[in-house]
Design a protein around this ligand. Structure first.
Ligand code: ZN
Length: 701
């Protein structure tokens, strides 16, 4: 079964270019993507792979899987685990191998040709998904096995594999009557069209919302470098583009209050009362999604969408929100008072508004913490952080060791390769670290696999982390900010989840878990960045070898709780809007999206600090109306709750010890998607997760 996941910390889309790729006829034997690599761990042999190899290999992989699916569906023999589920699992072996390499490169080192292939392949992958999940003969076989799974004498993981396939088919509507399937197809087509229309309209609104200033005085507070980057290439003056969030980064620097108000309002009302109004689109989307949820047998869209997640049902998500809201808004109120005081100190006399917040908050931050990035960076040299921080933490917790491998071919000279070993010396896998930004790489940071662990194919993981740290000039040290250090720990947390995978079947292996769980191991791993024993080992001055001074450390720690009332409240407001839009019943008629939004915030008391608006308003909430995060934006807060709760367990049980690491590895990190996530967590933790450790970490107790 083809499966491909990339775990993004954040991501921006790369521009696709419309150039056709050259199609070269190629024999299987000549195409290094169509044969198993002879390198250690079946690592992709980048010394042999060229752009020309991808299209024929992807086409071949799709054709092989289609053929295999037909054969499984058309078998006349009674459905068995082997002839149906296992065959399905194996049907995408070649495609998965090729895709893993292909998408690895389109993210980290793309070019025009790869982008053109990517565009060309998208509809083919969609068609392949349909060919599998809308194939009724295939579904009937899967269904028979689902019904008899407990009497087949199978191992627990094989039973889970049956369930997993069945749920995917069912979620896609395979269990509906032929008439209802037609209705669903109609809904899906309409939903896709509306999402597309939303994205297009929002893009126009964002572009039209850009503000042009001809008076330099209006932009006081911006640096010369900032002004230079804002020069209006289409005319006079300076142009400030709108980002797709409520708050705009430049609001922090802009000194002119009228300019701030203008920029904020341009962002906040970007779609209101213009040709780019999205209100109609989002109400139609929400109403139609509610109908889809009902058709598939659920009280609302969120209930359908949360199947297979750790939260399981919308109520559990609201329970978490309700626990966080009072503390978040109370802290935001305190911050508001503190910032209002700063306004006064600066000799101003006005009531703090949303457009003033970041400008004066920055002054509070400087006054309170006096933290300068340039003082910190000499203590965070990239390779030292990796080897003596990230790797060292993994060694202390899990016993694993690392050895650099310069003999494994990579796709770019900046990529480092390490081999990982168990405590007893046994081989564990290969790790690629690709840290520096370059034009061929998309923005953000992410983790994925070139090779997925599975006992089925006797494969150990080959995993990569990609980041976008600025590359230093020749001969200069590569120094990181503390945020960048955290990102390195984060991405390696995903990597550990992949390395410790111990599954029979690749589609249940490692990081193939629900969205509200997958960021847990990565966020959890960030906790070790500031752990004294780890820090001592890696935070040393790149020139003098001196350890980072305690005073600097204290500042880093203390500043971590700065502005957390604001940031949690704006996140909760957006997460809550997402859920409210997706728990409406199928017969709901929404008259006005703005009224709906106002009421949704009022009834959850998320409107009590008026200077703290939602991170996204509904009308430009692209995650939920233009992308795949409908009823899923809560996942960020959910995994944050988990990782603080988990770290709290470590703190109460002796902290960083091999025994604690081993227990966490055995009960959580090695389990992939083979267990009920909620039960798995509870078994390890001894109780359900609570929000208190998260509140404490954010300084909100
Ligand atoms: Zn992540």
């Amino acid at each position: 079964m083809f499966l491909f996941t990339v775990l993004f910390t954040s991501c921006k889309d790369t521009k696709s270019k419309n150039e056709s790729s050259s199609e070269k006829a190629m024999n299987t034997s000549e195409n290094p993507l169509l044969v198993e690599s002879t390198l250690p761990y079946f690592a992709p042999d980048f010394s042999k792979i060229t752009n020309d190899h991808f299209k024929p290999a992807l086409d071949e992989g799709i054709a092989l899987q289609e053929k295999a699916i037909q054969e499984i569906a058309n078998t006349t023999a009674e459905a068995t685990f082997d002839n149906t589920i296992l065959a399905l699992e194996k049907s995408g072996e070649v495609l998965e191998r090729v895709s893993n390499i292909f998408y690895g490169l389109t993210g980290a080192n793309t070019n025009d040709m790869l982008q053109a292939i990517q565009e060309e392949m998208a509809p083919k992958f969609a068609a392949l998904q349909d060919a599998i999940f809308l194939n009724d003969k295939l579904f009937q076989r899967v269904k028979r096995l689902q019904e008899t799974k407990d009497s087949l004498g199978l191992e627990a993981e094989a039973v889970k594999l049956i369930e997993n396939y069945f749920e995917q088919f069912e979620k896609a509507g395979a269990n509906l009557s032929p008439e209802d399937k037609e209705v669903l197809k109609g809904y899906n087509a309409k939903l896709a069209a509306l999402e597309n229309q939303f994205n297009k309209t929002l893009l126009e609104a964002n572009n039209n919302g850009a503000l042009v200033f001809s008076d330099k005085a209006a932009l006081a507070g911006l640096s010369e470098a900032q002004l230079k980057s804002l020069e209006n290439t289409e005319g006079e003056g300076w142009k400030i583009p709108l980002l797709n969030t409520t708050q705009q980064p430049l609001l922090q620097s802009l000194e002119n209050r009228a300019t701030r108000e203008k920029l904020f309002k341009a962002a906040f009302y970007r779609t209101d009362g213009s040709a780019q109004d999205t209100k109609g689109i989002i109400t139609e989307l929400a109403e139609l999604r509610a109908k889809k949820g009902a058709l598939l047998g659920f009280p609302n869209y969120a209930a359908w969408s949360l199947q297979g997640t750790m939260a399981e049902i919308p109520d559990n998500v609201f329970k978490m929100f309700n626990g966080l809201i009072p503390a978040a808004t109370a802290k935001a109120k305190n911050e508001e008072a503190e910032i209002q005081q700063m306004v006064k100190t600066k000799g101003e006399d006005f009531t703090l508004e949303a457009w003033d917040w970041n400008h004066y908050a920055e002054m509070v931050r400087i006054a309170k913490y006096d933290l300068d990035e340039n003082q910190i960076k000499p203590y965070f040299e990239t390779k030292t952080v990796l080897e003596k921080g990230v790797f060292y933490a993994a060694k202390m917790l899990y016993g694993i060791t690392f050895k650099e491998r310069v003999d494994i071919p990579t796709y770019h000279d900046d990529v480092l390769v390490y081999e990982l070993f168990e405590e007893n010396g046994e081989a564990l896998g290969l790790f690629y670290a690709d840290y520096f930004a370059r034009p061929s790489k998309r923005g953000g940071a992410w983790m994925s696999n070139f090779v997925t662990q599975s006992k089925l194919y006797d494969k150990k993981p080959v995993i990569y982390n990609v980041c976008n740290y600025p590359k230093p000039a020749e001969g200069e040290p590569a120094l990181l900010t503390y945020d960048e250090v955290e990102t390195m720990f984060h991405e390696f947390g995903h990597a550990l989840h992949g390395f410790f995978a111990d599954q029979q079947y690749p589609s249940l292996s490692g990081t193939a878990v629900a969205r509200d769980f997958v960021e847990f191991p990565s966020q959890f791993n960030e906790n070790w960045a500031l752990y004294p024993e780890i820090l001592k080992n890696y935070a040393v001055h790149y020139k003098t070898g001196e350890q980072i001074p305690q005073a600097l450390l204290d500042k880093i720690k203390k500043s971590g709780t700065f502005n957390q009332g604001y940031s949690l409240t704006e996140n909760l407001a957006a997460s809550n809007l997402d859920m409210q839009w997706h728990v409406i019943a199928a017969d709901t008629k929404i008259a006005d999206a703005n009224v709906f939004e106002k009421e949704a915030l009022a009834k959850t008391k998320l409107d009590v600090v008026s200077a703290v608006p939602p991170r996204y308003r509904s009308t430009y909430f692209a995650h939920i109306f233009g992308g795949g995060y409908a009823a899923g934006y809560y996942s960020y807060l959910w995994t944050e709750m988990l990782h603080h709760d988990a770290y709290n367990w470590f703190e109460n049980n002796g902290g960083l010890t091999r025994a604690n690491g081993q227990r966490f590895r055995e009960m959580v990190l090695s389990r992939g998607n083979t267990l009920d996530l909620e039960q798995m967590y509870k078994d390890w933790r001894g109780s359900d997760p609570t929000i208190e450790p998260m509140l404490k970490a954010r300084g909100l107790e």
